[in-house]
Design a protein around this ligand. Sequence first.
Ligand SMILES: C[S@@+](CC[C@H](N)C(=O)[O-])C[C@H]1O[C@@H](n2cnc3c(N)ncnc32)[C@H](O)[C@@H]1O
Length: 258
Amino acid sequence: MAWDPAVYTAFAQPRLRPAQDLLARIETGTPGRVVDLGCGTGNVTRLLAARWPQARVIGIDSSPEMLAVARGGGGAEYALGDMGDWRPEAPVDVLFSNAALHWLDGHGALFPRLLAMVAPGGTLAVQMPRNHAAASHRLMAEAAEAGPWRRLLMPSATRIPVFEPSFYYDLLAPLAASLDIWETEYLHVLEGDDPVVAWTMGTALRPLLAALEGHDDWRDGFLAEYRRRIAVAYPPRPDGKTLLPFRRLFLLARRASL
Ligand SMILES: C[S@@+](CC[C@H](N)C(=O)[O-])C[C@H]1O[C@@H](n2cnc3c(N)ncnc32)[C@H](O)[C@@H]1O
């Protein structure tokens, strides 16, 4: 599934805010090694480098398109890699991931493995969207069910990418010296025509549209069904802007110092 940096960064500011909020909660001294897993275009990686200028900051991503933009912006090292099997050369002081780990399955094994990569006294810091019960995502599944494209879009349209906060608590509490998990529902204020569809086009719709490649009629039909439902669920406000409530899960797990 290819990523399109221009489509993703069309909403750069509201997408950056959760990363800033997560970064602000990390309490650490002077980390030597900082890794940004699923770094995308490097917008967040550069914030990490600015916060810890003494650190070696490395962004990892599996998309050559996103990495090309990241490298163009500089500010850190970038490497092609798959978060699913990536291993650090040495333990990491801050292992950070914003809006990326929900693309991987198997969180029950993944999160303890990630925490084990963190150095003593270091921090695993993660933000993942948990909006799959909201209309923006529920209506994707409805539109996927509504036509002959159904067999290509299921089960990807009904995948649950992120579990309840208690799932992550039970998993990490026995392994962490301290654990802070919270959720925030942002109220994104979007401008332009059809902005909710433009937003999901950059992320959650991507696997569905990839599954419809080579089936242009079905792609158009599915998108029309989705657009129609979204227009009803997210009407513009009197000022012409559209509100997109969006829930995200945050997690800070700290390893005991030696
Ligand atoms: C929604 S973007 C977030 C990018 C960045 N963290 C940010 O906050 O701007 C998700 C990123 O995860 C990357 N990604 C998805 N699956 C991946 C995998 N298995 N391994 C590495 N990167 C992956 C994508 O290429 C994409 O750049």
